[in-house]
Design a protein around this ligand. Structure first.
Ligand SMILES: Nc1ncnc2c1ncn2[C@@H]1O[C@H](COP(=O)(O)OP(=O)(O)OP(=O)(O)O)[C@@H](O)[C@H]1O
Length: 209
């Protein structure tokens, strides 16, 4: 069954048509890898898919329902990971994750947060301001949401491997594979070759002048 689908999707930015009449569906347990050169429109498309901005034309459906008609249900079943990490640099990793869990109605205790941060190789860094962590460590804190939201239906990830080291890439790739194997749907971009051992559908956005 299609978890996420789009019909006749078009987006224009500053008088430039990024893409038009896109139609595709992402089934349960499917991975859609969105490719294209810088400026092709990948982030713009992912933001439309996540319901953060409207398309200029066309619609996005979550389980056959227009996301405009089920915004709350969709967002409870979605994890979006964009260029902005959505973490507060003055708060610690634990404080950030507690806040994120409250905001997204995720009922987990502080022990689970510490365990997850340990899996993400952040032992000893849990309670200092995130501003004092390296770029890759800050991204690991933000990535913890993928450990907490295995029960979501859709993950949308925009360049999730940026700034991660080899171990971080492996860790996240495994997490994505586990989610897919359990029936989740994933849409992602990456300028690095995917190291995910899972059947992948590809969509290439051509850069249009
Ligand atoms: N809010 C905005 N206002 C005006 N133009 C925008 C806006 N957002 C994106 N653009 C333009 O839309 C085009 C596509 O941007 P987008 O970020 O979607 O590309 P991308 O394929 O994700 O690129 P990259 O691989 O560099 O991340 C770019 O030319 C950009 O300047």
């Amino acid at each position: 069954m299609a978890v996420l689908s789009v019909t006749d999707l078009s987006v224009i930015k500053r008088d430039r048509l990024l893409f038009e009449n896109l139609n595709f569906a992402v089934e349960q347990g499917s991975l859609l890898y969105v490719k294209g050169q810088n400026g092709a429109g990948k982030t713009s498309m992912l933001r439309v898919l996540a319901g953060l901005v409207d398309a200029d034309c066309g619609d996005v459906y979550f389980s056959q329902q227009n996301i405009k008609d089920c915004r709350e249900k969709y967002h409870l079943n979605l994890v979006y990971f964009g260029h902005k990490l959505g973490i507060n640099l003055t708060l610690s990793a634990v404080e950030n994750l507690e806040y994120w869990c409250r905001q997204h109605q995720v009922a987990i205790g502080v022990d689970t947060i510490f365990d997850t941060l340990a899996q993400l190789n952040l032992v000893g860094l849990e309670e200092i301001p995130v501003a004092n962590l390296s770029a890759g460590q800050q991204r690991r804190v933000a990535l913890a949401r993928f450990w907490f939201k295995q029960d979501a239906k859709v993950w949308i990830l925009d360049e999730p491997f940026t700034a991660l080291d080899t171990q971080g890439i492996e860790l996240l790739s495994k997490q994505i594979t586990t989610f897919l194997s359990a029936g989740g749907a994933v849409v992602m971009t990456s300028h690095q070759a995917l190291r995910i051992d899972y059947p992948t559908d590809e969509l290439t956005l051509e850069y249009r002048i």
